[in-house]
Design a binder for this molecule. Structure first.
Ligand code: 4AD
Length: 440
């Protein structure tokens, strides 16, 4: 864009602190403004951050003053001014010398009044311009970067798995089915099964992409389309699997605390528990012991044969205030591919763990050691009524050079929700898809 403002350096709002007393140009949107008739305060955002521009009528041309008064919410502008430090707060602002409006916006539907979430998400394209989405989506971006760096440093290879899959990877009742030429296909629920084949070539690999679950649940924890990072490691058992998860989660939290200070401030996030999680060891607890603890210490009525309920996960998180690996669920409530053993009470258990985060964030990771015995897996597929011809390739992982292996899946949006502290998971993805949200 040609620069029509006086000779001054084009500067992003996030960099204003380095330019105190300099004349700079900022290109931005107006998110609020007020004027007393003599002095106008224009709130600006440019994607990199937020600032205030101060226009004093006595110090600018008549044209600039008129422009200042004409700016409506979400008008776009080029503004020139001298950077100064706010006398009271640790903030930097612009003492305006010139204003050039680029586009004056008509009345903006998302004003300064309180709007309910339904309205905000019907207008998600516009709501994305507000401060909360700004902060949350930048934390989401940080998580991608942390995960990519972490796996690079740990020697993993990124291995992208197909979105169109002929079989189910998890619960068969949650599949989105589509016509595929003369055939049926499903949108992926997880890349895990393909990663298991991948690590037979690459050793340690991960994917990161959208997955789909036709879940009817309308909770603040569920999306129909979300992003999953699956990791898989050859020659790993479940303990080693949990070690990787713990290192990765610690790394994500540490990077977020270091690099997203402004975002966490915007969200008014109390970071005390997150800070603890960077250094303190996560807890590892058997499913049986978790249920027993909830029954005896918290007075809850529990079912030892079942999954953890929402209330149980919240109670565990609130009690320990640090992530807890709940290990060895009853095999009957878990997926067919998990390695199993019979415990001292005679119950068949999976060698798995769900990682429960504190602050009501609940399960952020599901992982397990995989069944590596051909015959056991074959029989399980038969027991559960899966079509064997669809899984022949998956059985090959066990047929040719089978090794102990393990892996896990991180729900990106669950992680971002915990880090950012927002109530509902729909805040953590640009355009959420749920049973209710389909557009924009
Ligand atoms: O526990 P899940 O179903 O595990 C798997 O899909 C494995 N195949 C992963 C693996 O071992 N590679 O899902 C993994 C994570 C959950 O812990 C949760 O964080 C997230 O995915 N998740 C959801 N996030 C948002 N909306 C939903 N409907 C979700 N279902 C699962």
């Amino acid at each position: 864009m040609s620069n029509i403002l006086p000779e001054a350096e084009k500067t992003q709002i996030k960099d204003l602190s380095y330019k105190v007393n300099s004349n700079v140009n900022v290109e931005a949107w107006v998110f609020n403004s007020r004027s007393s008739g003599k002095i106008a305060f224009i709130q600006l955002r440019d994607g990199s951050g937020f600032t205030q521009a101060v226009v004093e009528k006595s110090k600018v041309s008549e044209e600039t003053w008129n422009h200042a008064e004409s700016l409506t919410i979400e008008s776009s502008v080029q503004i020139s001014g001298i950077v100064s430090k706010h006398p009271k707060f640790e903030q930097f602002e612009l003492q305006v010398t010139e204003i050039h409006p680029l586009s004056i916006a008509p009345e903006y539907p998302i004003g300064n009044k309180e709007h309910g979430p339904d309205f905000l998400f019907e207008n998600r394209d516009l709501y994305l311009r507000s401060k909360t989405p700004w902060a949350v989506l930048r934390i989401r971006d940080q998580v991608f970067r942390s995960v990519t760096n972490f796996f690079y440093e740990e020697g993993f290879v990124r291995f992208d798995t197909p979105i169109l899959q002929p079989t189910s990877a998890e619960d068969t009742s949650q599949l989105f089915e589509l016509d595929y030429y003369e055939d049926k296909m499903y949108l992926t629920q997880s890349g895990q099964l393909y990663l298991e084949a991948g690590i037979m070539g690459l050793g340690k690999a991960y994917d990161f992409g959208p997955v789909f679950r036709a879940e009817k649940s309308k909770t603040r924890n569920h999306l129909s389309e979300f992003w999953m990072m699956d990791a898989e490691m050859a020659f790993y058992d479940q303990d080693m699997n949990e070690d990787v998860q713990e290192r990765m989660v610690k790394r994500i939290i540490k990077d977020t605390l270091e690099n997203c200070k402004e975002e966490l401030k915007v969200l008014e996030r109390d970071t005390a528990i997150l800070e603890r999680c960077v250094n303190e060891k996560f807890i590892r607890m058997k499913h049986y012991d978790a249920k027993k603890f909830l029954e005896t210490e918290k007075g809850m009525t529990v079912d030892y044969n079942d999954d953890m309920t929402t209330e149980e996960e919240i109670a565990i998180g609130n009690h320990y205030q640090i992530p807890v690996f709940i290990e060895d669920y009853p095999f009957a409530v878990k997926a067919f591919y998990m390695k199993r053993y019979t415990d001292e009470r005679g119950m068949e258990r999976a060698r798995n763990a769900d990682l429960i985060a504190p602050e009501e964030a609940r399960e952020i990771i599901g992982g397990s050691q995989r069944e590596d015995d051909y015959q056991t897996l074959y029989s399980e597929l038969v027991n559960r009524g899966y079509k064997l011809e669809d899984y022949e390739w998956y059985l090959n992982v066990r047929k040719f050079g089978s090794v102990p292996h393990a892996g896990y899946g991180l729900g990106l949006e669950r992680m971002v929700r915990w880090l950012s502290g927002v109530h509902h998971i729909r805040e953590t993805i640009p355009f959420p898809r749920t049973t209710i949200l389909k557009r924009p």
